[in-house]
Structure formats: C-alpha cells, structure tokens
Ligand binder design. Structure first.
Ligand code: MOS
Length: 724
C-alpha cells in the first residue's frame, strides 16, 4: 500500500518532535561506518564476479574533429585481448546535438580532448591497458576549436537575467560603490572513488554495479543509451566513494561495460584511471564575474549588479548557475544580474560541488568586503544591515531565514573583533596574520521520493529505496527517522539503499537527499503508525512507541501478530516550492597567516555557522559542514583545472597536480549548527546541508588575506604568485 503526500502547505506540526525515542538530531555514528573502515563494504569495482573480463577505455587525443578509422589489429593480436568495442553508443557525452545524435553513417565527432572512443577488453586489466596503447586512431581534426571563453560571442541566459531600476545611476549616486571583476578557475569534482562499473548480462536482464548518485534517473539514461527497457536493467550503487556531482549522470564506463557484457556474453568491469576521471568526466566551468555594489551612507544596498561568464561545449544546456543566491541574498532596488554562456571545446561542464554558489558567493562576498572597507562599516554589520525581509526579486516570503543568527552566533564563537579593521596590523615572525568573514547561502532543493518501510513480525524494521549514500550519512538518518517513528533503536532498522529494484528515491544531488528521502520515510512510517493505532483502537497521535513497545506496554511483536506491516511512502513537494523561497544560510570566519617573503597562505583556523532547518544527525551534519569548509580552503588557495591554450587538453589530470586540500592544509575547523525548523522546506522540516558549507567560505579566506597583508586578490585560487 502506497501513501502519497504532496506538500502544498508548511508542515508546522510534526511527529518527530513528540516522539519518545529521542534519536532524531542525535550524533549517531554512521551505521555503515564499521563496514567501510574495515574494507568489507564493497564499492562498485569490488564485487566478486566470476569470470569477469576487464575493459580499458581509449580516449581522444585531439580537441575537435572526427574519427576516420580505428585500427584494432595490433591491439587484438596482444595476449589475452578479447575484443575492441568501437561503438558509437559508447560516447554518451556530449549529450545533445553532437556525438550522440550524429547519424550513423557520419564519422564520429570529437568535441573535446579526452573524449572516450573505444573499449579494449582483455582477460586481465594489465593486458587491456597494454593493448589500449596500441589502438591506432586516425583523426580528421577541425582547424578552429575555441578552447577559451570569448565574452563577445557568449549567449545570454535569459532565464537568469534580471534588470530592474537603473544600476548605472545607483552606482553614480551612491555614497559608496565598488565595481570589481573576479575570476575563478575550473574545478574537478575530485571524488576519491574513481568511476567504475561491472556489467553482467544473463541474456534477458542487465545488472550493473556502478558508482552513481542518482539511480532513479541513471536507469533511464542507461535505458536510452542501450535502447533496452528499464525493467530489463538493474543498477546497484550501495556504497559510493564520493560523487560531488561527477556521478549525477551515467558516464562512459557504465555504457561501455554494459555494451561489452551484452556483446561478449560475459561480465565486464571498467574502471577509469584517475587521469580519465579528470579528463573525460565533467568539469566545473571557469568563471569571470563582475560585481557592482552601491550603498547609502549607512551601508544599505541601493544597487546590486552581478554578471558572470561561464562556458560549456556546443549543444550542452548546463550553464554554471553563478547567480543562484545573488538573486535573493541581498536587497538593492536597482539590479542587474546577467549570466552568459560561451561555447568552447573543453570537456562537458556540469554540476560540481554546489554548482553556482560555490563560485558565485566567493566573488560576491569578496566584493562585499571591499564595500565594507569603503563604507567603514564592520563586515558583519554590513551584512546584518542588508538582510531582506522577503525575496527581493519575486517578493516571495522566505521559508525561514537564519542569516542574522548565523552571523551573530558565528562572530561570537569565533571571537570576531568588530573594531576598526586595517591590513598589516599583526605580524608574527615572517607571517602576517589577518581575519576575514563571509556570508554563506545555498538554495534549498527538495525532490519527489519513494521509500518502502516494513515493520517486520520480529519487531525490526526494513527500509528499501534506490536512494544512494555518497558518503553523506543517508543510511544513518534514514535509520534514525524510521527508528524514531516506530519506537526502535537505529540499529534495529535495516536500511537497504542503492538498488534500482527498490522504490525510486530522489538520488543524492543538490543537497536534496536528506530532506527528500527523509520525508518519504516519514510518510511511510506515519502510515504504519496509523495501522498500529487502528489495531489498538486509538488515535495515531496517542500512539506512543518506544523500546519496541506501545505506550501500554504491548510489545510491537505482539501488536503485529506474526505479520509484517508494509507501507510505501511517496513524498512530493507541491505548492511550497512556488509559495516560498527556501535557502540555507550561514556565515564563515577565517584567520590566516600570509608569509611576507613567499606569499604562501595558511589557514590558522576557520569557523562556519549554518542554519539549514532541522538537524537530523548532529554528527553527520557537522561532518558535511567540515567537508564543505575544507573544499572552501581548496577553492581559495589551490584548486584549478589548467588547460593547454593550444589544444585545450587538461594538463593537471590527477590528485598530485590538481591540488585538493589535504590534512596539512586544514587546521582546526569549527562548526556551529544553528538549529531551526523549516516547515515549508520539507515535511520533516529539514533543508539541504551538504553544499552550503562551501558556498562563500573562500571569500572569508580572501578577505582574511587582505586583512593580513594588504593584498586584494581578484583571482581564485589565491596562489603565492597572486598574493605577493
Ligand atoms: Mo551535486 S554537484 O548536485 O552532486
């Protein structure tokens, strides 16, 4: 039996607050943690499969053109080589209008350096890898292949454009104004687990173990790519070693393994090398952003301008949504927000770790710091004076808004000095010391979700959904919600995720996972509670469940009378998404030291205060925030995809050359969880948290660099050469 709830109104009354178990919000450790740290949790490539052949992808070494011929003779002559799969369907990207839809008789189109072309399958991985090197690919290169964004031919994204009032006039009339241009480099998702798939074909049905974030639509993508009905495909992603956007969609390893398994009628494993993950999977677009801010003598914004230039491949729709939070974070009647997309031949640009705000907020919040300096207002105070009481563009009410609390509580916990600020005031030996802060904002998303909950005759519970846990804590919060609602401890709830044969969850992306799947589990558990209350002939609200017993002392097992009780919850966000503007908010505070001689910046300490609705698990939520702050350090100081301007190939294709922050770069981090209930965000009053932690943090570091040594840097990452 399925219970469908479409949320049209705020869920002001909520059972989670009246339950007696008290497990919601508690810092419960990950229920799958032991399996992960002991190596017994199998990741995609690790499933033991009898007779599995190994596939290695071969990728393009030109930026733009076509494949004339692939000569597989030498490769096929190598020991152990089973086949060379040269199939147009293998190239799943770019998705629109280019390779995929090219008519069969036309030569295959190359759109970017590193585009997968073929798969070499052998008995062992080493044999496949060696043979892959011998594949001869003859290309017909195109001459002009733009690899750098040209603003003069970029397309304006009309959906994103807002022009209200007269920004030019507001700028010239303003008591204080800034007009600054920032740049950010491209980013890689940089998930620890590389893309991998094992495909098995039994003649009827395809089973693929893969590392994916969104099984609910990955199955549709794979069905389209293979022209095989969805009910003949099973996708399994029980453990995912990080996604960060790179596994939102299926990639070539999944398609290639599937085609090979079906053609060869034996299981095939394809694991991308780290270099392939970097050069063939999505990138975050580089950006150029112009910020124009105008304020009156009190620091109240009268004009707000944010223009951004981003890039993608020809035919691709995605444009890094740089302005996403700029539309509502600050007021200013005279507004100009413009997003432009240039077409260039680098790999597909897509969602990487908080698409939009991750790069938009660092530019905006660095410009706010310059404005605060010009207006001689404390940066925290400047933000407090610019909190709109409703969405400044559409006039919608905010579902809830904790920016002021985050700024105040964060400043307090950090020990923010609100006295006059001047650079170069503190020096310790070779190091200039400084502090900086920034606001955080990240839109809240919520998605349709289904989950099946079984209260078993033995008094334990089972939750089944195709929802994934990409390291975020989904297993644990699902167990907590079901446990809380059904009077069980989290360890009495078995959570079975990441199997496309289960009801369709929302997938892990856009930070919507917890609020969406949590709401579906809640709906299913409410239905189970109703059924139990019926048995006792009482109102559901009067049903007190704790320690696997009803309030009158009857054990759940007795109430169930030897039968399982199964309910499917189907949650769908309704009118709430039109009636409210929902966002997570926060504030970052950083202290850095900058070396006087080398320009090296080190973060001494950093704190983030975040408000994102109900905290479902204080430990996993905090971990998400710590991860986000860590990525902010990377964005501020080290992370940058570097492309060769001559041919557009990605130069730094591994974790040795693409610098993510490591332990030595990450100091003491502190997180303040500003608890709130957001009834219009989801039925469980929770909002997304995963991405908020990196939306603006880089600006706190940039602003601290200025406060330390007096260098205003306008280009991220702020490497020593730029700081000196
Ligand atoms: Mo996220 S970048 O939507 O996985």
């Amino acid at each position: 039996m399925t219970v469908h709830v479409k949320q049209d109104k705020p869920a002001t009354e909520n059972r989670l607050d009246t339950m007696r178990q008290g497990v919601i919000g508690k810092p419960v450790s990950r229920i799958e943690g032991l399996a992960k740290v002991t190596g017994t949790a199998p990741y995609a490539a690790e499933y033991p499969v009898e007779g599995c052949a190994e596939g290695v992808l071969v990728t393009a070494t030109i930026t733009r053109g076509s494949v004339v011929r692939i000569d597989a003779e030498s490769a096929l002559a190598m020991p152990g080589v089973i086949a060379v799969i040269d199939d147009e369907r293998l190239t799943t990207r770019p998705a629109q209008g280019t390779a995929n839809e090219a008519p069969q008789q036309k030569p295959r189109t190359i759109c970017y350096w590193g585009q997968p072309l073929a798969l070499v399958v052998a008995e062992s991985f080493e044999q496949a890898r060696d043979a892959a090197r011998l594949l001869v690919v003859e290309y017909q290169p195109d001459e002009a292949a733009p690899v750098e964004a040209d603003p003069s031919i970029a397309e304006e994204q009309e959906d994103e454009t807002v022009r209200e009032g007269n920004l030019d006039k507001a700028m010239s009339d303003a008591a204080h104004a800034v007009d600054l241009t920032y740049t950010t480099k491209g980013h890689a998702s940089a998930a620890m687990e590389p893309h991998a798939a094992i495909a098995q074909w039994d003649g009827e049905r395809l089973t693929v173990h893969a590392s994916l974030q969104m099984l609910n639509y990955n199955i549709t993508e794979l069905s389209d790519a293979l022209d095989l009905p969805e009910d003949r495909i099973r996708l399994i992603s029980r453990y995912v070693g990080g996604g960060f956007g790179s596994k939102l969609g299926i990639s070539e390893e999944v398609v290639a393994a599937s085609i090979a398994a079906m053609q060869l009628e034996r299981p095939v494993r394809v694991v991308m090398s780290r270099q392939q993950v970097f050069q063939s999977i999505i990138r975050r677009s580089e950006t150029t952003q112009r910020l124009r801010l105008a304020c009156d003598t009190d620091g109240r914004l009268t004009g707000f301008g944010h223009e951004a230039l981003v890039s993608n491949l020809p035919g691709e729709e995605f444009a890094e949504p740089v302005l996403q939070s700029s539309h509502f974070l600050y007021p200013g009647e005279n507004r100009e927000l413009v997003l432009k997309l240039a077409r260039i031949h680098r790999m597909t640009a897509g969602s990487v770790r908080a698409p939009g705000e991750a790069v938009g907020m660092p530019a905006l919040e660095a410009a706010m710091d310059v404005l605060a300096e010009r207006a001689e207002i404390d940066p925290v105070e400047l933000r407090l004076r610019n909190i709109p009481d409703k969405d400044p563009e559409q006039g919608l009410p905010f579902s809830s808004h904790k920016l002021a609390e985050c700024l105040r509580q964060g400043a307090e916990a950090f020990g923010w000095d609100s006295g006059p600020r001047k650079p170069r005031m503190r020096r310790e030996g070779e190091w200039w010391i400084g502090t900086g802060m920034a606001s955080a904002a990240r839109v809240h998303n919520v998605a349709e979700a289904k989950a099946r909950v079984t209260l078993k005759a033995d008094g334990t519970a089972l939750v089944e959904t195709d929802m994934t846990d990409i390291g975020t804590g989904t297993y644990t919060i699902v167990a907590q919600i079901a446990g809380e609602m059904l009077g069980l401890r989290p360890d009495q709830v078995l959570v079975d995720l990441g199997d496309s044969d289960h009801p369709r969850g929302p997938g892990s992306g856009g930070s919507w996972g917890a609020p969406s799947i949590g709401s579906a589990v809640y709906v299913a558990c409410m239905a189970i509670r109703e059924a139990l209350a019926d048995t006792l002939d009482i109102d559901e609200a009067a049903l007190a469940l704790a320690d696997a017993k009803a309030g009158n002392g009857t054990p759940l097992t007795e109430l169930l009378g030897g039968k399982d009780l199964v309910r499917e919850g189907h949650y769908e966000p309704g009118k709430i998404t039109d009636d409210y503007l929902a966002s997570g908010f926060g504030a970052f505070f950083a202290e850095v030291r900058v070396n006087h001689y080398t320009g090296e910046t080190r973060v001494n300490r950093m704190l983030g205060a975040f408000g994102f609705g109900r905290v479902l698990n204080a430990k996993t939520a905090r971990s998400q925030c710590l991860g986000g702050i860590t990525w902010s350090i990377g964005m501020a100081l080290t992370e940058a995809l570097e492309f060769d301007p001559r041919d557009g190939h990605l130069v730094n294709r591994d974790l040795a050359e693409y610098h993510v922050p490591v332990h030595r770069d990450v100091p003491d981090l502190d997180v303040v969880l500003v608890e709130e209930r957001d009834a219009a965000a989801s039925i469980i009053q929770a909002k997304g948290i995963g991405e908020l932690g990196m939306c603006g943090g880089a600006a706190a570091i940039a602003n601290a660099i200025y406060n330390a040594c007096g260098a205003r840097v306008f280009d991220y990452p702020m490497t020593p050469d730029r700081v000196l």
